[in-house]
Write a protein that binds this ligand. Structure first.
Ligand SMILES: NC(=O)C1=CN([C@@H]2O[C@H](COP(=O)(O)OP(=O)(O)OC[C@H]3O[C@@H](n4cnc5c(N)ncnc54)[C@H](OP(=O)(O)O)[C@@H]3O)[C@@H](O)[C@H]2O)[C@@H](O)CC1
Ligand SMILES: Nc1ncnc2c1ncn2[C@@H]1O[C@H](COP(=O)(O)OP(=O)(O)O)[C@@H](O)[C@H]1O
Ligand SMILES: [K+]
Length: 482
C-alpha cells in the first residue's frame, strides 16, 4: 500500500522526531536523499555530476534549505551550483553557508532565467508543505524558465505551488520530472491535477513514524489487490461465489447492458443475472447470463445489484433496486434517477460511481470544480449520500461514507477515456460486491483491475470498451502473479 499523509500529520511526526534528534539532523537526511536522487538524474542527463550545471530555486523556508544543502553536496562532487534566492535576506542561513563553503554561488532572481536555460538540472526548492495558493509572482518567471529549459526539473518535497493536502492547483506551479518527497507521500502527489505536475515520485525515508490509520489517502499495489481478490475454493459453487444482478440498458442503449455484463462476468461472481429490455442482445453475446424480463424484484436472489448504465429514464427500476437489502452499485443514469433519500436510508452498502460531470450535477457545481478538487468532491458526495463514492477520471478516487483514507487508483490510463468503459467498470465492481467485498474494497479493486485491463488492451493504441472487458482476466493473472 502506498499511503499519503496530511501536512498536519507529517508536521506532528516531524516535531516528535526532531525533539529526539540533534538540531538539523532531519534536514540532513532529507538533503542526503535529495542529493543522491539528483546525482542519478545528472548521470542520465549530463553523463556525470562533475562539471554539470545545477541551478537551485530557493524560497525563504526550509524547503529552500533542503535545496541549499543538497546543492552543497553536489558542489562538493564537482557540479557548478548556482542558487537563485527569491528572498536573499530570508534564505536558510545554514544551507546558504554550506553551499558557499562548497564553492556554490548565489544570485537574486532577476537575471536567473538565462542560467536556468543553460542548466542540466533545476532544483525546485521554492516552497514545500508550508505553501499556500499557487506560486507568488516573483517565482513565476523562474518556473516558466524551468519549463522552457532542457534541464531536468527535480521538485523538493512537492512541485512548488500545488496543494499538498488535496491535489488542487490554483495558479502557477512548477512542473517537475521527478519529485523527491520526504518522510511520507502527500495526497497531492497521488491526486490530479497536482499529481501530473510531480512527474515520477521518489520517497526518502527520514525516519518519521506514521500510523497507517492516520493516512489521508492510500493507493493499492499489486500485493494488496492480490489479497482482496476472491478466489473460489474447493467447496465453492456458483451461488456461494455470489450472484450479481445487472439492471441496465434500454431500447436506446442496449450496448451498456452488454458491456456491464461483460465486466460482471469477469469480476468473480459465480453468476450474472440480467434484468431489462436488452436481454436478447446480452444473451447473443454472453449465453451464460441468466436473463429475466420481470424486473429486479422477481429476478431471483442476488448478492449485489448494479443499476443505471444506459438506463435512460427508467426510474422505477432504480427505485426497486434501491429497496433491495443487498449491496447496490449506482452508475450513470441511475445516479440522476435515484432518490437521494432512498439512497441515504438504505441499510445495505451503496457504491456510487459518477464521472466528474455526474458528480458535478449531484453536487450542484461545475465539472471543472469537481476535476479540480477530486478528493473533497468524493468525500462530500459520500457524506451527503451515506454511500461509498468512486469518482472516475484521470485519478479515480474512492471515498467511504464514514471517513477514513480515500483510495486513489494508480493504474489508470487515458486510453480508458472511451465510450462504454465506465459500463464495464460498473459490472466489474458490482461483481466484486456480490462476492462479499466491502464497497470501498470492491470499488478500489475494480478500478485497479480496470486500469490494468485498459493498459493491457490498449498497449499504446486505441481500444474499445469491449477490449477492456476482455483484458480483465489478464489483469487478474498479472495481479496474482500467475
Ligand atoms: N520540518 C522538518 O523537520 C523538515 C522539513 N523539511 C522541509 O521543509 C519544508 C517545509 O518547510 P517550511 O515549513 O519552512 O515551509 P516551506 O515549504 O519552505 O514554505 C514556507 C515558505 O514559503 C513561502 N511561501 C508560502 N507560500 C508561498 C507561495 N505560494 N509562493 C512562494 N512562496 C511561498 C513562505 O513565505 P512567507 O509566507 O513566510 O512570506 C515561507 O517562507 C518541507 O516541505 C521540506 O522540504 C525537510 O527538510 C525534512 C525535515
Ligand atoms: N484521462 C483518463 N485517465 C484515466 N482514466 C480515465 C480517463 N478518462 C476516463 N477514464 C476512465 O474511463 C472510464 C470512463 O467511464 P465513464 O466516464 O463512465 O464512460 P462511459 O459512460 O462512456 O462508460 C472510467 O473508469 C474513468 O476512470
Ligand atoms: K518545492
Amino acid at each position: 500500500m502506498r499511503t499519503a499523509y496530511s501536512v498536519e500529520t507529517v508536521r506532528n511526526a516531524e516535531r516528535e522526531l526532531m525533539a529526539r534528534l540533534p538540531e538539523g539532523a532531519l534536514m540532513q537526511r532529507a538533503a542526503a536523499g535529495l542529493a543522491a536522487a539528483c546525482a542519478q538524474v545528472l548521470g542520465r542527463v549530463a553523463g556525470r555530476v562533475y562539471g554539470s550545471r545545477v541551478v537551485l530555486l530557493v524560497g525563504s523556508g526550509d524547503n529552500g534549505g533542503d535545496a541549499l544543502y543538497a546543492g552543497a553536496r553536489l558542489a562538493r562532487r564537482g557540479a557548478g551550483v548556482t542558487a537563485v534566492l527569491l528572498a536573499p535576506d530570508r534564505a536558510h542561513g545554514g544551507g546558504l553557508a554550506a553551499l558557499r563553503r562548497a564553492g556554490g554561488r548565489t544570485m537574486s532572481g532577476e537575471s536567473a532565467p538565462a542560467d536556468v536555460a543553460r542548466a542540466d538540472l533545476v532544483l525546485d526548492g521554492i516552497v514545500g508543505i508550508g505553501g499556500k495558493g499557487g506560486l507568488r509572482e516573483a517565482a513565476v518567471p523562474l518556473a516558466d524558465a524551468a519549463a522552457r529549459s532542457r534541464a531536468a526539473v527535480v521538485a523538493v518535497d512537492l512541485p512548488s505551488g500545488v496543494d499538498a493536502d488535496t491535489g488542487e492547483v490554483r495558479g502557477a506551479v512548477v512542473r517537475a520530472d521527478l519529485t523527491v518527497t520526504f518522510g511520507a507521500h502527500k495526497p497531492g502527489l497521488l491526486i490530479d491535477p497536482a499529481r501530473e505536475y510531480a512527474g515520477a515520485v521518489r520517497l526518502v525515508d527520514i525516519g518519521l513514524a506514521l500510523p497507517a490509520e492516520a493516512a489521508e489517502a492510500e493507493a493499492l499495489q499489486h500485493a494488496d489487490v492480490a489479497l482482496l481478490l476472491p478466489v473460489p475454493g474447493a467447496e465453492s459453487d456458483k451461488y456461494r461465489r455470489g450472484v450479481v444482478g445487472v439492471a441496465a440498458g434500454s431500447a436506446r442503449y442496449p450496448g451498456a447492458a452488454v458491456l456491464a455484463v461483460a465486466g460482471a462476468l469477469r469480476g468473480g461472481a459465480g453468476a450474472v443475472r440480467y434484468v431489462g429490455p436488452a436481454g436478447d442482445a446480452v444473451i447473443a453475446r454472453f449465453p451464460e447470463t441468466l436473463v429475466s424480463d420481470e424486473g429486479p424484484k422477481r429476478a431471483g436472489r442476488v448478492q449485489a445489484w448494479v443499476v443505471g448504465p444506459g438506463a435512460g429514464d427508467d426510474a422505477s427500476t432504480v427505485a426497486e433496486v434501491l429497496a433491495a437489502e443487498v449491496p447496490v452499485l449506482i452508475d450513470a443514469d441511475g445516479l440522476r434517477l435515484a432518490d437521494p433519500e432512498a439512497v441515504r436510508s438504505r441499510t445495505a452498502p451503496t457504491l456510487m460511481t459518477p464521472h466528474a460531470g455526474e458528480a458535478a450535477a449531484l453536487l450542484g457545481v461545475s465539472r471543472e470544480e469537481v476535476e479540480g478538487a477530486r478528493l473533497s468532491s468524493a468525500r462530500e458526495l459520500a457524506a451527503r449520500y451515506g454511500a461509498a463514492v468512486l469518482l472516475k477520471g484521470s485519478t479515480t478516487v474512492v471515498a467511504s461514507p464514514d471517513g477514513g483514507p480515500v483510495r486513489v487508483n494508480a493504474t489508470g490510463t487515458s486510453w480508458l477515456a472511451t465510450a462504454g468503459s465506465g459500463d464495464v467498470l460498473s459490472g466489474l465492481a458490482g461483481s466484486l460486491l456480490a462476492t462479499g467485498l466491502p464497497a470501498l474494497d470492491a470499488g478500489s479493486t475494480a478500478a485497479y483491475l480496470h486500469g490494468l485491463a485498459g493498459r493491457l488492451a490498449a498497449r499504446g493504441a486505441p481500444a474499445g470498451a469491449h477490449d477492456v472487458a476482455k483484458a480483465i482476466p489478464a489483469a487478474w493473472r498479472d495481479v496474482r502473479g500467475d
